[in-house]
Design a protein around this ligand. Structure first.
Ligand code: ZN
Length: 386
């Protein structure tokens, strides 16, 4: 298969020939059509569900995981960390088991680049806890975590926790010794807690600016402290609800793009019509403008966007280029996870890419194709006729 377009990460116009699983040749050509872009598939390090399927449902099945991942290919997300959130030991183990069983399908396995466990070792306080169920929030327990890692076949690669809770710092040290990425989130940490976590090996702030109190002291506070810590990367939910446009712009400039990663934090409502839904044991509402809230509160309960919309919004909100924005959802998470070879579009590499049309004036990406390991896993039928 031969593809022509502009490479989003380098800006070069190229002709790519894909043969079998690999890019057989890549040669630079004179720009023919500026609107067609080629980029690596998007990598989402925080996905709780999609298209009506919830990874954290009591009755989650491997088929649900399969449906989530195949639906994500249709919106340009080729790689992800399925995210298992706060619950009982058994419920979280069930989610982990469903992911691992789903990975017996080689196509699904190729897309799962690790598992993110968010909670249950987080702040019990209203606000920082977000939509995580209070009765399941608890102190870090290394034995419990090891049992999860066993169920997960060692695939847990990232843990989001609150560093201020009892036992968190030694727990972070153990995670680090096991090459697991430690993210701070759903936290009410002081500067000292954050400093201690960094010293123990914390590398990331999960959805910085969210999982927070509605009102906090203007300074100091845990948002400024994490924003100022150069050791910490930040993941950001750029759906227009979780962070106002001005905050996205300021955070990206303060943190620097080389330490920012876009996440969808999508819950099962992504891709569903507006309305009230049951979400684990809480009732949530999806508004017509794609905002998910716990009914009767101002607390957001995950997002209902696709990561590709976060890429568009970052261009709109932060005044960055498409190339820079694409990197926030491809090269950046790949660097964080240590999988940059998966997003390197070059001769001899595995052919992982998306092809899209970019409408600069509308800031809109129209996906034409998703290719993983040389296989077309999604093709827009209307586009491909043209
Ligand atoms: Zn969260």
């Amino acid at each position: 298969m031969r593809l022509n377009g502009k490479l989003a990460l380098s800006g070069k116009s190229v002709e790519i020939e894909v043969c079998g699983e690999k890019v057989q040749s890549l040669r630079e050509i004179k720009s023919t059509n500026d609107e067609i872009w080629i980029a690596p598939p998007l990598i989402d390090i925080q996905v709780n569900g999609f298209a009506g399927y919830n990874l954290n449902a009591e009755d989650v099945t491997p088929n649900d995981v399969n449906r989530i991942i195949r639906s994500l290919w249709k919106v340009g997300t080729g790689f992800l960390c399925p995210t298992v959130t706060t619950g009982s030991f058994e419920r979280m183990a069930k989610s982990l088991g469903a992911i691992i069983t789903a990975c017996e399908d080689a196509e699904i396995d190729r897309s799962v680049v690790g598992i993110h466990v968010e909670g249950p070792y987080i702040s019990p306080e209203d606000g920082p806890r977000g939509a995580h169920a209070k009765q399941h929030v608890r102190k870090p327990d290394w034995d419990e975590f090891q049992r999860w890692q066993e169920v997960a076949d060692g695939q847990i690669c990232m843990v989001t926790l609150a560093p201020e809770i009892e036992g968190a710092i030694p727990f972070i040290e153990k995670l680090r010794a096991n090459d697991i990425i430690i993210a701070l989130g759903h936290t009410n940490a002081t500067k000292d807690d954050i400093d201690a976590a960094i010293k123990a090996g914390a590398q990331l702030s999960t959805h910085l600016g969210n999982g927070a109190h509605a009102l906090i002291p203007r300074h100091p506070n845990y948002i400024w402290e994490q924003l100022a810590a150069d050791e910490l990367w930040a993941s950001l939910i750029v759906d227009g609800h979780h962070l106002p446009p001005s905050v996205v712009k300021c955070m990206m400039r303060a943190k620097g793009l080389s330490r920012c990663v876009l996440v969808s934090d999508a819950v099962f409502l992504a891709g569903m019509p507006p309305g009230r839904y049951q979400f684990t044991d809480r009732e949530v509402e999806l508004t017509p403008d794609r905002c998910v809230r716990l009914v009767g509160t101002d607390y957001l309960a995950g997002s209902a966007i696709e990561l590709v919309r976060g890429v568009e919004n970052s261009v709109r909100f932060a005044g960055i280029s498409l190339e820079q924005s694409i990197a926030l959802a491809t090269n950046q998470p790949a660097r964080l996870l240590g999988i940059t070879d998966r997003v390197d579009i070059d001769e001899g590499r595995e052919a992982n890419l998306i092809v899209f049309r970019w409408d600069k004036s509308a800031c809109q990406i129209d996906l034409i194709m998703t290719m993983l390991g040389g296989e077309v896993v999604y093709q827009n039928k209307i586009e491909s006729k043209g």
